[in-house]
Write a protein that binds this ligand. Structure first.
Ligand code: SF4
Ligand code: SF4
Length: 314
């Protein structure tokens, strides 16, 4: 195990609640801030053998939420089969959906599939203004996202029916910390309702992680050092108790385990013997109190109000 020099505090795992799987890196988009470097050209996809392990691991570890990410997870040929099987076990499923996939040819029945299986949707929408979204996510993405949101609303997502949860995700377009989640959520709610008649459940604000494509971007604009320093200067130790690696384990397309999706993208393996999904099937195995692999990027989770897959931490 490579020792990474960082002054981020040592942290340990709590009880495992969420299995977050990266089912493949293929995406119909190629956003400038993407920490996965996903694009239509990526070929990595989870195999059938690894997919078959997922329900077994969920059962063996009493996992409460399967969080499916990618790429665009819906592009995996076994996406629907996996969702159906896990929902039949009465386990929550979250689809990290980029919205535009719902409008792509060949995916016309995707919205109805997600609704009928009561899959939670968490979707990126970095602004309620077209120019800002298209600048970050590609030309035409905003228009398609609005179409997809209207379609989701028409199935009951984000409305008073609490069973169909539609979360939106904001991340800053410039190298700064995100604003207050509550204030921005109120603003999103009124702007999206007034401008487009769109409703949603919650807004999550996330800090951009200075890794991969976003790191390259910061380097090009000469802001990488300043952004890393900003994250460090705003480290808030109160966030340490709720960073997502405490209760979530991240799985790559080959079934290897990481303490979080960011570590996965950095190729930072876990400390200890539990390295693969198969290891989570060993009787009485537990991740509790295992040390977490940390690096300087971890300040992206603890800066300011904190940042996780579920938004602000404090
Ligand atoms: S939609 Fe998501 S996974 Fe796809 S390129 Fe954009 S940020 Fe990456
Ligand atoms: S980057 Fe990953 S390992 Fe580091 S604090 Fe955040 S969730 Fe935990």
């Amino acid at each position: 195990m490579e020792i990474i020099k960082t002054n981020f505090p040592q942290i340990k795992r709590d009880y495992l609640e969420t299995l977050q799987i990266n089912i493949g890196y293929k995406c119909n988009q190629a956003c400038s801030h993407c920490h996965v470097d996903a694009s239509p050209k990526r070929k990595e996809m989870m195999s059938d053998d690894i997919i078959k392990l997922i329900p077994k691991v969920i059962k063996a570890n009493n996992i409460q939420l399967l969080d499916i990410t990618g790429g665009a997870p819906e592009l995996h040929p076994k996406f629907k089969q996996l969702v159906t099987e896990v929902r039949s076990m009465n386990v929550e499923v979250m689809d990290r959906c980029n919205l535009t996939i719902l409008t792509e040819p060949g995916h016309e029945n995707l919205t109805s599939f997600l609704a009928s299986n009561k899959v939670q949707i968490t979707a990126s929408l970095p602004c309620y203004l077209e120019d800002n979204v298209d600048k970050q996510r590609g030309k035409g993405v905003f228009e398609k996202s609005i179409l997809a949101l209207k379609r989701l609303n028409s199935y009951g997502y984000g409305l008073t029916d609490k069973e169909l949860i539609l979360n939106l995700v904001y991340n800053p377009s410039s190298p700064q910390l995100p604003p207050s989640q509550k204030e921005l959520e109120d603003k999103y709610r009124s702007e999206l309702k007034e401008r487009y008649g769109i409703f949603f459940s919650n807004l999550f604000v996330l800090a951009n992680m200075p890794i991969n494509r976003y790191k390259e971007y910061l380097n090009i604009i000469g802001k990488l050092k300043a952004y890393n320093q900003l994250l460090k200067d705003n480290h808030n130790s109160r966030n340490l108790k709720s960073v997502m690696c405490k209760s979530t384990i991240s799985v790559d397309w080959e079934g290897y385990l990481y303490d979080c999706d960011f570590n996965q993208q950095l190729g930072m393996r876990r400390i200890g013997d539990i390295q693969h999904l198969n290891d989570l099937l060993i009787p009485l195995i537990s991740l509790e109190n295992n040390p977490i692999s940390i690096g300087n990027h971890c300040f992206g989770c603890t800066a300011g109000s904190g940042s996780s897959c579920g938004g602000e931490l404090s």
